[in-house]
Design a binder for this molecule. Structure first.
Ligand SMILES: Cc1cc2nc3c(=O)[nH]c(=O)nc-3n(C[C@H](O)[C@H](O)[C@H](O)COP(=O)(O)OP(=O)(O)OC[C@H]3O[C@@H](n4cnc5c(N)ncnc54)[C@H](O)[C@@H]3O)c2cc1C
Length: 471
């Protein structure tokens, strides 16, 4: 996690401009460099408070087409200059920070919606489109992506694929890997590829997965086709109180094995329930459940979901908690307010484990984090037939921003260790970025060799987002 020296000479901006063929695509103004030196990793807040920017690029390319991206990569490959793709920088792990300087490739100028195909229920967009803008446009047509990360309005579709993102309705609709039909990308040497597009295909390995989750280290995604869904006719919501964490987790497991398909399934431990319910005196862990579809289907499904909860000790406490959360589901202000304060310490750490391992991970991670924060909150929000994610939030205060920076470094070292030692995956959906880079090789185990061969073959000069995914 330390700043690395540049290992190339200066960038000849005029050469780069003529390679791209549009002079105003390239800039090195102080303003553009500053804007592309920080992402949403909370560590950046401590740097900003100290006037630090340890990962500054040397130039920014504002790409408008796949051809401009291809020209940039070809030129940079020949000159040995690092290139890091940039969406809306909502990464909370330092993903788009230019660890070795070089070029930031800003994709947000590629924001056109290219086709809405209501026969096949696909939408094709340029990779830099803002997810929230797209979703708003679709909802005017009574359509939805059913991909709803908390960062919907502050992230790009290309960024979703690159980080293997997942959304708040994933227990029914899956993560971005399930919602992505296909995409176009540019490889490190400037070659353009198009992958996928069919409902399913058995022609060799599924090559979409080479780039989904590759964090800008294997190619740059330029165009994406996602599934579309009609907006649900009706949504039924309920709030269920549970006596303890174990009973709520058991209910989630039973729900995922019951054949029910809740679009909303989130369970908060006592500490986070008080935040989720906006009631500092709230007295138990709490679950928000939701069913959607036709009125009859949603009514039937919510009744069945409540039966499973009741069998596991849950008590239906009405609509308000879940409804309130739905209205605030993009709100990040609790964490933002802490980070904006002098010496504020806040972090979000998401992992996943099997049903038999998740309690051990919950206990290990929340205990390991207690020395570093005033509040350690936990919730389980993405469930599968075989396990569930765990999201831990830390809120605290150090004496000053330098103290906060040191504390947050410790948090990641201890959290990564605790997660791996408890048998959890290193990241469930934020990706690895800088926060987890030192643990990627260990997390991939024997498959690290396969990934490093792919990296060597696809990016032999190592120009794509160096310092990430174990490099
Ligand atoms: C408030 C908040 C809430 C969040 N909630 C969620 C959530 O619910 N679910 C979730 O999954 N994540 C969440 N995140 C994390 C973040 O929003 C996601 O990781 C998101 O997918 C990043 O998209 P971006 O466009 O901002 O990408 P960036 O942050 O700009 O980049 C992320 C990584 O992707 C690479 N990249 C970006 N664009 C491309 C491209 N076109 N081609 C190749 N590589 C590219 C970058 O190099 C970098 O490594 C949240 C973040 C915040 C700040």
């Amino acid at each position: 996690m330390t700043a690395q020296a540049h290992d190339f000479a200066t960038i000849d901006l005029n050469e780069l401009r003529s390679a791209i063929g549009r002079p105003d695509a390239v800039t090195d103004t102080a303003e553009a460099i500053a804007e592309h030196s920080h992402d949403w990793w909370p560590m950046n807040a401590t740097w900003r408070h100290q006037g630090k920017a340890p990962y500054r690029p040397d130039a920014v390319v504002f790409a408008r087409t796949a051809e401009e991206i291809a020209a940039t990569l070809k030129w940079a490959g020949e000159a040995g200059i690092p290139v890091t793709a940039w969406g809306l920088a909502s990464s909370v792990v330092g993903g788009p920070l230019a660890t070795r300087g070089g070029i930031i490739l800003d994709t947000t100028g590629m924001d056109r919606v290219l086709e809405i195909d209501t026969d096949n229920m696909h939408v094709t967009v340029e990779a830099g489109v803002n997810g929230g803008t797209l979703e708003d446009q679709l909802s005017e047509l009574d359509l939805t992506l059913n991909h709803s990360p908390q960062s919907l309005y502050r992230s790009t579709v290309g960024g979703w694929l690159a980080t293997r993102a997942t959304g708040q309705f994933s227990s029914r609709y899956g993560g971005i890997e399930d919602l992505c039909v296909g995409f176009k990308a540019v490889l490190a040497d400037g070659t353009k590829v198009e992958i996928g597009g069919a409902p399913r295909m058995a022609v060799g390995p599924d090559l979409r997965h080479v780039l989904i989750g590759s964090e800008g280290c294997l190619g740059v995604i330029t165009e994406v086709t996602l599934r579309l869904f009609p907006l649900a006719e009706v949504r039924e919501l309920r709030t269920v109180a549970f006596p303890d964490v174990a009973s709520g987790v058991a209910a989630m497991r039973d729900i995922m094995l019951s054949g029910l398909r809740p679009f909303l399934l989130r369970f908060y431990d006592l500490a986070e329930a008080r935040h989720a319910m906006k009631d500092s005196a709230f007295g138990s862990p709490v679950m928000f459940i939701g069913a959607e579809g036709s009125a009859d289907m949603a009514a039937c499904e919510i009744a069945e979901l409540l039966k499973v909860c009741t069998r596991n000790g849950g008590e239906d406490i009405g609509l308000a908690g879940a409804e309130g959360w739905m209205g605030r589901r993009f709100d990040f202000s609790t964490i933002e307010n802490v980070l904006n304060s002098h010496g504020g310490v806040a972090e979000t750490i998401e992992v996943a484990n099997t049903w038999s391992g998740i309690s051990g991970t919950y206990n290990a991670l929340t205990e390991a984090m207690k020395p570093f924060a005033d509040e350690v909150l936990g919730h389980f929000s993405h469930a599968y037939s075989n396990g569930v994610s765990l999201y831990v939030i830390l809120l605290g205060k150090a004496d000053d921003p330098a103290g906060a920076e040191a504390r947050m470094k410790q948090i990641w070292e201890v959290a990564n260790r605790a997660a791996l030692d408890s048998g959890a995956v290193l990241s469930h959906h934020h990706g690895t970025g800088l926060a987890r880079n030192d643990h990627v090789r260990e997390a991939l185990g024997s498959s690290w060799d396969l990934y490093s061969r792919l990296k060597e073959a696809m990016d032999p000069s190592g120009i794509l987002n160096p310092g990430k995914l174990g490099s």
